[in-house]
Design a protein around this ligand. Structure first.
Ligand SMILES: Cc1cc2nc3c(=O)[nH]c(=O)nc-3n(C[C@H](O)[C@H](O)[C@H](O)COP(=O)(O)OP(=O)(O)OC[C@H]3O[C@@H](n4cnc5c(N)ncnc54)[C@H](O)[C@@H]3O)c2cc1C
Ligand code: SF4
Length: 527
């Protein structure tokens, strides 16, 4: 069965990119449709149940993809209204000014973006205020300039993390309060929506106090009568006019039926892997290699960071509940003995015994998991991975996503780990390093797709990029992409705030294109 309906704008995907764009466009009065393959996440006790979330994978997609050798794996990806932000750790950091220019790494060159930090700065401020980021300016030595303060004070360290903070300071380093999007009011705990619990990073928030794209952006957008959503609606392909120059609508599979929704502007925001897959599935006579893919870059340059979780076992017990409060960027651009950038270090959500189960043989040289969790300080290390055209998303003949990826820029990551281990060994910690993330609980490193980006890159040159600097497809006049696909480099920092800020930037461009003006939210400090 096919149905046809008309909208001004269709946004496919409701995560950091799509949800934030919907929020920006909602007051315009334009008819907006959100198409989301997932449903609204059920609010239930299992939201905070470690076994349900980490062992049973209750909220994870049950899809199977293939790696470059055709071997199947189960990606750590979440399809819900709000996308992966429902489960994110809400560390909302800006990329550095220099990250937008060309950067020389040990593993090669990280290319320049077609936009500068200055272009994005006002939108970073808007995104920080919208997503209620709690932080402090001036403590992180690599911090870029900001036009307004955070609206909310930094989240305090609990005693064990404060101890680590003090130790690092004493060593002459510059630890800082990690900016996080949680609705915590420490001055008025009785009024605080966030209860500061130990099931945040990797979990959905049962009391909806995490500043995720569903709570912050999609729900408020849906209060406007001109905004609608269809859930459980898988966007199969984007259709174009006979010339191929305009997108005309989106073909959706929903509860066993096929529906077509038509709109003047179509925006893809399915996440970097699924947006690339959608464009590749949308190949047609005028776009034989995939929609907007004359350059051949769609699906290429996949990046996901060199990420490691480091579980440091300290003699001192660690009863911390909300642990993700500390960051360290002293080695971001290199060290005295290494001229290349190393990357970013931050705390992770507090580990629990169940989370270690999958990695038990590696982690338990005679140590009980419970005891290990009780003493664990959990850290996260991120080094930039570089955009290799052969690291890519393709579709197998049966339509299954194939993710081909070879790690790069590894030496800098190894040195970052060594640097942190060196620091911690002075602090009475034994280190247990596991490359590519423990808390996602996956043995296959490729499955950790949390920081996916780069597959539909933006640029000035249609021969080497799929999108122009406004994130509009070079070849399709009314097709846009606002998720992390458009990234030109991955940098060494968490991606979500940049996705949100960029969506607000593209939102302003779309309002101008649609000839609508709505008052720009004023950036004000919190009272
Ligand atoms: C456990 C975890 C912790 C994280 N912690 C952090 C953190 O602390 N800080 C940070 O910056 N980042 C973090 N991230 C990463 C962050 O969540 C992502 O970078 C961000 O959500 C990506 O935004 P996006 O809009 O590109 O895609 P997503 O948020 O993934 O949204 C894509 C949406 O598109 C929908 N969709 C996909 N395909 C289709 C289709 N064909 N049809 C219809 N709908 C479709 C999906 O269901 C989803 O809702 C974390 C991620 C995870 C998983
Ligand atoms: S720490 Fe706060 S925001 Fe995070 S899950 Fe707990 S209540 Fe929700």
């Amino acid at each position: 069965m096919a149905s046809e309906r008309d909208y001004d704008v269709i946004i496919i995907g409701t995560g950091a990119g799509g949800g934030t764009l919907a929020h920006a466009l909602a007051p315009s009065g334009q008819r907006i449709l959100l198409i989301e393959r997932g449903d609204f996440l059920p609010r239930e006790k299992e939201n905070w149940d470690t076994n349900a979330v980490f062992v049973q994978g209750r909220y994870k997609s049950h899809e199977t993809w293939r790696d470059r050798d055709g071997k199947p794996f189960s990606p750590s990806i979440h399809y819900w209204v709000g996308g992966n932000t429902k489960f994110y750790g809400a560390a909302l950091v800006r990329f550095r000014e220099q990250d937008f220019g060309e950067v020389r790494h040990h593993g090669g060159l990280s290319p320049a973006w077609p936009i500068t930090y200055a272009d994005l700065e006002p939108y970073y401020t808007r995104a920080e205020h919208l997503y209620q980021v709690h932080g402090e300016r001036g403590a992180d030595p690599t911090e870029p300039p900001a036009s307004a303060p955070y609206r909310f004070p930094a989240v305090s360290h609990e005693p064990r993390v404060q101890h680590l903070y003090d130790d690092l300071k004493q060593m002459g380093l510059h630890p800082f309060h990690l900016p996080v999007g949680i609705m915590l009011d420490e001055a008025n705990p009785h009024r605080s929506r966030c209860i500061r619990c130990d099931t945040c990073d990797g979990f959905a928030c049962l009391v909806q106090a995490k500043a995720d794209a569903h709570v912050i952006a999609v729900e408020p957008a849906l209060t406007y009568p001109n905004v609608e959503i269809v859930t459980r609606a898988f966007a199969r392909r984007i259709e174009t006019s006979p010339s191929g120059r305009e997108a005309t609508g989106v073909v959706v599979e929903r509860d066993g039926a096929v529906e077509t929704y038509r709109a003047g502007i179509v925006v893809a925001a399915c996440g970097a892997i699924n947006t690339a897959a959608l464009l590749l599935r949308s190949a047609g006579e005028r776009h034989p290699n995939g929609l907007a893919n004359r350059s051949g870059v769609v699906g290429r340059h996949y990046m996901c960071h060199n990420n490691s979780a480091l579980v440091a076992l300290s003699r001192e017990p660690n009863p911390t509940r909300f642990q993700k409060t500390l960051g360290l960027n002293d080695f971001y651009w290199g060290t005295d003995d290494w001229e290349y950038p190393l990357g970013h270090i931050s705390m992770l959500g507090k580990s629990k015994a169940e989370m270690f189960k999958g990695d038990a043989p590696f982690f338990t040289p005679g140590l009980a998991l419970e005891q290990m969790a009780r003493h664990a300080l959990d850290l996260w290390l991120t080094t930039e991975d570089l955009p290799d055209p052969d690291n890519r998303v393709t579709l197998d003949r049966d339509g299954t996503i194939r993710l081909s990826y070879r790690e790069n820029n590894n030496e800098s990551h190894r040195r970052l780990i060594a640097k942190l281990k060196g620091l911690l060994s002075h602090l009475g910690c034994e280190e247990h390093v596991h490359h590519q993330s423990v808390y996602l609980g996956k043995k296959i490193p490729l499955a950790g797709t949390a920081h996916q980006c780069g597959t539909v890159r933006m640029g000035h040159d249609p021969a080497t990029s799929a999108l122009d600097p406004n994130c509009r497809a070079h070849e399709v006049d009314n097709l846009y992409v606002v998720d992390s696909s458009c990234f030109v480099s991955s940098t060494s920092l968490n991606p979500a705030l940049t996705i949100m800020a960029n969506a607000l930037r593209v939102g302003d461009h779309l309002l101008e294109r649609l000839g609508v003006s709505i008052p720009t939210p004023v950036a004000v400090p919190a009272d």
